[in-house]
Design a binder for this molecule. Structure first.
Ligand SMILES: Cc1cc2nc3c(=O)[nH]c(=O)nc-3n(C[C@H](O)[C@H](O)[C@H](O)COP(=O)(O)OP(=O)(O)OC[C@H]3O[C@@H](n4cnc5c(N)ncnc54)[C@H](O)[C@@H]3O)c2cc1C
Length: 390
């Protein structure tokens, strides 16, 4: 079955419920059920575990289409894919059927990385996994977990006992010691259920992904590329929906006393043109980034960093302009442009945030390490090129 035949029925359901999901701030159960049935939860997983074997370009295509229909559904989907990829890279021995369940739609997954203490710096969890007589105990305050209370399994990060590095664990939702701290109420992505969670569980190394201390590499190698491309695609899908709605409204709405449409105003047309070009640029950059992840080159890490920041910020500009050209009509909810505007605010604060990505990108092109290490922080391209000691 081709991708479109899988995705179109999901889009129909997601579109039908998107307004109510946003207005009521409720989890998009109907669209998530359609996703489970579509096979798309296994889009990027290998065919030998029942996945579709899709790559970065397929992910970008599906996520951007979903975002145009329902932003909340697209982010829930993206968190599932982002949680599935480290499982595929390092399946936990204690859950031998997990990959098949993630691929078939039996299990919806999410990522619980961000913590109350280290905030958007997900690579530095303050929680600790401590060794007990019976196994491993994890105590963590997670600040935002998409699909909280709805996912079947959470991939959680925690610091190792010596605080040197990070571990990832697969924690089934039914395990005792997981609690959702309060209901989600966001300005956008209101159906996400991105609530804080407290994790106070006894587990064992069988539920860890990979070797002890391997979590940081999994975050960077198996989560970040997929999350950044998909998050970028959410921004592109929301932007495209905003451009389409703005063009359609300004072409179809008349200033009757002048006998002309709103789009007859040159200022409106110029704004529409800028939005459309902004979208085309960000979208082309994302397509290049997806191609670079599928076929890695030396500059692939730059594309992974840059495409999320570029699309997130383009979405802020584009949805803001859509609000402006559609006037008071956009301020009311019947055009749904207000929803795209509110949903688009999430991308740039989702970690790695756009500001952090600019910082990382800037470090990379000026020859600095992404993360400060005491002995490496002073290394610069200038000192390297003059041969001076760092
Ligand atoms: C809708 C939604 C869903 C989410 N879902 C999940 C999820 O499923 N799982 C999960 O783990 N997390 C999730 N998050 C959390 C997200 O990934 C971020 O951790 C969170 O949004 C950061 O918010 P904060 O207030 O802690 O930001 P802060 O860390 O307090 O940042 C505040 C500001 O400082 C800037 N800043 C911080 N550090 C730097 C730096 N080094 N350089 C430059 N600027 C910097 C940031 O860019 C930001 O503008 C979600 C967030 C949202 C909004």
């Amino acid at each position: 079955m081709d991708l479109q035949s899988r995705v179109q029925p999901v889009l129909k359901v997601a579109r039908e419920h998107a307004h109510a999901v946003d207005a009521d701030g409720r989890f998009p159960q109907e669209a998530v059920s359609a996703l489970r049935a579509s096979g798309l939860l296994g889009l990027t997983l290998p065919t030998d575990v029942g996945g579709l074997g899709g790559g970065p370009s397929e992910l970008v295509e599906v996520v951007s289409l979903l975002a145009g229909a329902c932003g909340s559904t697209s982010m829930i989907y993206l968190m599932h894919v982002s949680a599935s990829m480290p499982v595929a890279a390092a399946p936990p021995a204690g859950m031998p059927r997990l990959l098949e369940d993630l691929a078939s739609g039996r299990s919806l997954a999410s990522l619980a990385f961000s913590e109350a203490g280290s905030r958007s710096h997900f690579w530095a969890p303050l929680s600790r996994a401590t060794t007990t007589r019976d196994g491993i105990h994890i105590n963590a305050k997670k600040s935002w977990v998409t699909s909280a209370g709805h996912a079947d399994v959470y991939i959680i990060s925690t610091g190792t006992a010596d605080a040197e590095t990070v571990d990832l664990f697969a924690i089934p939702a039914k395990m005792s010691g997981l609690s959702v701290d309060r209901p989600w109420s966001g300005m956008g992505l209101r159906g996400n259920s991105s609530s804080p969670m407290t994790i106070n569980v006894d587990t064992s190394e069988e539920f860890r992904l990979g070797a002890a201390g391997g979590g940081f590499d999994l975050m960077m190698g198996s989560v970040l590329p997929w999350f950044n491309l998909g998050n970028s695609a959410v921004s592109i899908g929301l932007s495209r929906a905003a451009v389409d709605a703005a063009v359609s409204h300004t072409v179809g709405t008349r200033l009757e006393h002048l006998d002309q449409s709103l789009s007859a105003l040159p200022t409106i047309r110029a704004q529409l043109a800028k939005m459309s070009i902004d979208l085309a640029n960000a979208s082309a950059y994302l397509d290049q980034a997806a191609a670079r992840v599928a076929d890695p080159q030396d500059d692939t890490p730059l594309f992974v960093l840059g495409s999320k920041a570029s699309s997130n910020d383009a979405a802020l500009r584009i949805t803001d302009a859509a609000m402006r050209v559609c006037g008071g009509a956009a301020f009311s909810e019947h055009l749904q442009i207000d929803r795209y505007f509110r949903d688009a605010r999430a991308g740039h604060v989702m970690a790695p945030t756009s500001d952090v990505l600019y910082e990382f990108y800037g470090r990379a092109i000026t020859g600095r390490p992404l993360f400060d290490a005491p002995e490496a922080a002073v290394e610069t391209r200038e000192t390297a090129s003059t041969g001076a000691a760092a």
